[in-house]
Design a protein around this ligand. Structure first.
Ligand code: ADP
Ligand code: MG
Length: 611
C-alpha cells in the first residue's frame, strides 16, 4: 500500500530548496542542531501530554535521543537520529514535513529572497530552517515515525516519509518493517558524497557539544566505535604444588616475550550531554563561550548577547530557583512599533530541568523590560504544574519582580564597571530607559538613573552627575531641546552662549523622547528642568537679588524704550514682545518662547503634523 502526495506549492518547494542548498552551504552544520532540536521538542511534547494522559508513555520507557553516524559497506554515509518523543501519524508526517504551507514558511521565503546571502547567518537565526536543513547534507531522507498511543489513537502504525533532495514530491507509506520503534521518530539521512565528513564521530560529537548538548534536558547518546588491543587469554599450566616464589621467578625469566594481543571493535553509546545544563552549574565554572552559545541556541539569535547575569534565588514563597537573564545585542524594530505589547515570550520556565512554558501571560514584564531573555529553573514546584496552576500561585508575580530587580542591578553594574559595554547598552537601550522612566512609575527612579544625555561640556552624563557638576547656587537643570538636530549644532545655539561662557552645563536633547522625558519628570532630586529657550531661566550666580534685577531691568527698559518700540513695530507680525535680556553674550538678540508656550521644537512637530 503506497500513497504518494504532491506538494501543494511546487514553486515554493523548488525555490526554498534552491535557497537552502545554494546560499547556506557554508552553514550546513546547522542541520544537526535543527534535527536535535526537533527531537527535543517531540520529547517535550510527549512529557507534557503524559501529564494528562499516561497512556502516551507506553511503548518506550526511556525518553532520549540517539545519534549514529557511519559509512555503510559501500562507502555511503548515513546519519540516523532517533527520538522516543511524541511521534507523528501519517497525517502529521504529511502536514508537518510535506507541506510548505506551514506558518512562517512564506514569510521565510520572502525574507530569504530579499536578503543577500552574506546575511544568511541572521536568517538561520531568525527562522531556523528546521527539517529542510536535512537537504543541506543529504540526497535522500527517510523519516519513520510511530505516534504515541493515546485514547484517541490506541493502536498507531509506523509510517515512513521519504523524499529526495532533487524531488519536489514525497512519499508516505506504512513501514514495511512494522512498528519497530516502540514510539517516536527515526530520521535516516543518506549523505551526499561531499558530506561524508559527517560520518566522522569526532566531528559529530564536536557539533553536538557546541550547539546542542545543553539545549536538551533529555539525554543524547552518540554511537561510537573504536578498536582496542586486548590481551589474548593464554592457557597457563599451573600445578598446585609449585609455590608462589617459584612462579615469580619463572615470570621474570620470560619477561622478554611480548604479551599477545588482538584488535577488537568496541561499540559504545556515549552520553554526550551528561553535564548538568549551564544554569544549574556554579557560574564560576561556566565559560563566556558557553554562556554565548547557550544563548544563541536557546533563543535562536545569531548574534551574541550583550550581557548576562546568572544567579540563584528564592521567590519568597518558598520556591528556590536558578536563572540566567540575557541582554540581546539588538532590539527589533517591531519593539517600537507595538507600544502596547507587554508580554514576553522569552522567559523559559523550567521545573527541575524540564521545560514548562515560555508564556508568563498576565504576569509578563512591563514594556521597557520585555526584550529580556531568561531561563528560569524552579526546584520546588511539582513537575506536573500547569501554566494555569502557576498563575494561581504567587510564584510568577514574585518571579517577575525578581527578574526586574536583577535586570536593573545588572545594568547598574555595567554602567559602573564596564564603560565600553555600557556605551553599547546605551546605543541599543538608551531610549528604552527613558520610555521606562516615563511609564513605569514604580521603577522610575532606578530607570532615570540609567538615562544618559549629551551636554555642552561632555558626551554623556547621568542626571546625578549633572547635579554634582552644578555651579554654586544653580537651582535648575538646564536643557535645550531640538529634535532632529545634533548635539554639535545645539551646543552652538545662541540660547546657551551665556550659560556656556559662565561654565554652566546644559543638556542637549535631540530625541523626541528626551523632551517627553523631561516634561514628564519635571523635577529630578527636587531640581526643576528648565528649557533655556524659554522664559523663566535663572542663573544661580546673579550678583543682584531678583528685586535688584527687576529694578535694573526697569531702568534699562526705559533707557532703551525708543529702540524696543521700534523693534516691536518692525517685528510685530513675528513676535509677541521685545524685551531687554541678560542671557546673551556675543549674539545681539534671540527669539525666545513663552514659559508656558510651545518650544520651537514642539511647534515644529505641530506644524508638520498639520501640514
Ligand atoms: P519547527 O520545528 O520550527 O516547527 P521544523 O521544520 O523543524 O519546524 O519541523 C516541522 C514540524 O515537523 C515540527 O513542528 C513537528 O511538528 C514535526 N517534527 C519534526 N521533527 C519531528 C520529530 N522528531 N518528532 C515529531 N515531530 C517532528
Ligand atoms: Mg524545528
Amino acid at each position: 500500500a503506497q500513497e504518494s502526495a504532491e506538494v501543494p506549492k511546487q514553486n515554493d518547494v523548488a525555490r526554498l530548496r534552491k535557497i537552502v542548498i545554494n546560499s547556506l552551504y557554508s552553514h550546513r552544520d546547522v542541520f544537526l542542531r535543527e534535527l536535535i532540536s526537533n527531537a527535543n521538542d517531540a520529547l517535550e511534547k510527549l512529557r507534557l501530554t503524559s501529564l494528562t494522559d499516561k497512556e502516551v508513555l507506553s511503548g518506550a520507557e526511556d525518553l532520549n535521543i540517539t545519534i549514529k553516524a557511519f559509512k555503510d559497506q559501500d562507502g555511503h554515509g548515513r546519519i540516523i537520529i532517533r527520538d522516543t518523543g511524541i511521534g507523528m501519524t501519517p497525517e502529521e508526517l504529511t502536514a508537518n514535513l510535506g507541506t510548505l504551507a506551514k506558518s512562517g514558511t512564506s514569510e521565510f521565503l520572502a525574507r530569504a529572497e530579499s536578503t543577500d546571502t552574506t546575511g544568511t547567518g541572521n536568517l538561520i537565526g531568525a527562522f531556523g530552517l528546521g527539517f529542510y536543513s536535512s537537504f543541506l547534507v543529504a540526497d535522500h531522507v527517510y523519516v519513520s515515525s510511530l505516534a504515541a498511543k493515546s485514547s484517541q489513537n490506541p493502536s498507531p502504525t509506523q509510517y515512513v516519509f521519504s523524499s529526495g533532495a532533487d524531488e519536489s514530491s514525497f512519499e508516505i507509506y506504512p513501514d514495511p518493517h512494522g512498528n519497530t520503534l516502540g514510539r517516536g521518530t527515526e530520521i535516516i539521512l543518506v549523505l551526499k558524497d561531499d558530506a561524508l565528513e559527517y560520518t566522522d564521530q569526532h566531528k559529530v560529537s564536536d557539533l553536538i557539544d557546541k550547539h546542542s548538548s545543553f539545549s536538551s534536558a533529555f539525554p543524547i547518546y552518540l554511537y561510537t566505535e573504536r578498536t582496542e588491543q586486548v590481551p589474548v587469554e593464554v592457557e597457563e599450566t599451573k600445578s598446585d604444588d609449585v609455590d608462589e616464589d617459584v612462579a615469580v621467578v619463572e615470570d621474570a625469566d620470560e619477561k622478554d616475550t611480548e604479551p599477545k594481543t588482538e584488535a577488537v571493535t568496541v561499540e559504545e553509546w556515549i552520553h554526550v550531554n551528561s553535564q548538568p545544563p549551564i544554569w544549574m552549574r556554579d557560574p564560576k565554572t561556566v565559560t563566556e563561550e558557553e554562556y554565548k552559545t547557550f544563548y544563541q541556541a536557546t533563543f535562536k539569535d545569531y548574534e551574541e548577547p550583550l550581557a548576562w547575569h546568572h544567579f540563584s534565588g528564592d521567590s519568597g514563597s518558598g520556591v528556590s530557583f536558578k536563572a540566567i537573564i540575557y541582554v540581546p545585542s539588538h532590539l527589533d524594530d517591531s519593539w517600537w512599533q507595538n507600544p502596547l505589547q507587554t508580554s514576553s515570550k522569552d522567559i523559559r520556565l523550567m521545573v527541575k530541568r524540564v521545560f514548562i512554558t515560555s508564556d508568563l501571560g498576565e504576569d509578563a514584564l512591563p514594556k521597557w523590560a520585555n526584550w529580556v531573555k531568561v531561563v528560569v529553573d524552579a526546584e520546588d514546584l511539582p513537575l506536573n504544574v500547569s501554566r494555569e496552576m502557576l498563575q494561581s500561585t504567587r510564584f510568577l508575580k514574585q518571579l517577575r519582580s525578581i527578574i526586574l530587580r536583577h535586570i536593573l542591578q545588572m545594568l547598574v553594574r555595567i554602567a559602573e564597571d564596564d564603560p565600553e559595554k555600557w556605551a553599547q547598552v546605551q546605543k541599543v537601550y538608551g531610549n528604552v530607559f527613558k520610555l521606562g522612566a516615563v511609564e513605569d512609575v514604580k521603577n522610575r527612579d532606578k530607570l532615570v538613573g540609567l538615562t544618559r544625555f549629551g551636554t555642552n561640556q561632555r558626551d554623556s552624563t547621568s542626571l546625578d552627575e549633572y547635579l554634582e557638576n552644578r555651579k554654586k547656587g544653580q537651582k535648575q537643570i538646564f536643557y535645550i531641546a531640538d529634535m532632529g538636530s545634533t548635539p554639535e549644532i545645539l551646543a552652538k545655539s545662541v540660547f546657551i552662549e551665556k550659560l556656556h561662557a559662565r561654565g554652566y552645563e546644559v543638556l542637549l536633547l535631540t530625541d523626541p523622547l528626551d523632551e517627553i522625558f523631561v516634561q514628564n519628570l519635571r523635577l529630578w532630586k527636587k531640581v526643576q528642568f528648565q528649557d533655556v529657550a524659554k522664559a523663566g531661566l535663572r542663573f544661580g550666580d546673579e550678583e543682584m537679588s531678583p528685586e535688584e534685577e527687576k529694578e535694573e531691568q526697569k531702568t534699562l527698559t526705559e533707557q532703551f524704550k525708543p529702540l524696543l518700540d521700534w523693534l516691536k513695530e518692525e517685528a510685530k507680525d513675528v513676535v509677541r514682545d521685545v524685551v531687554i535680556s541678560n542671557r546673551l553674550v556675543t549674539s545681539s538678540c534671540a527669539v525666545v518662547a513663552d514659559q508656558m508656550g510651545y518650544t520651537g521644537n514642539i511647534e515644529r512637530m505641530m506644524s508638520s503634523s498639520q501640514g
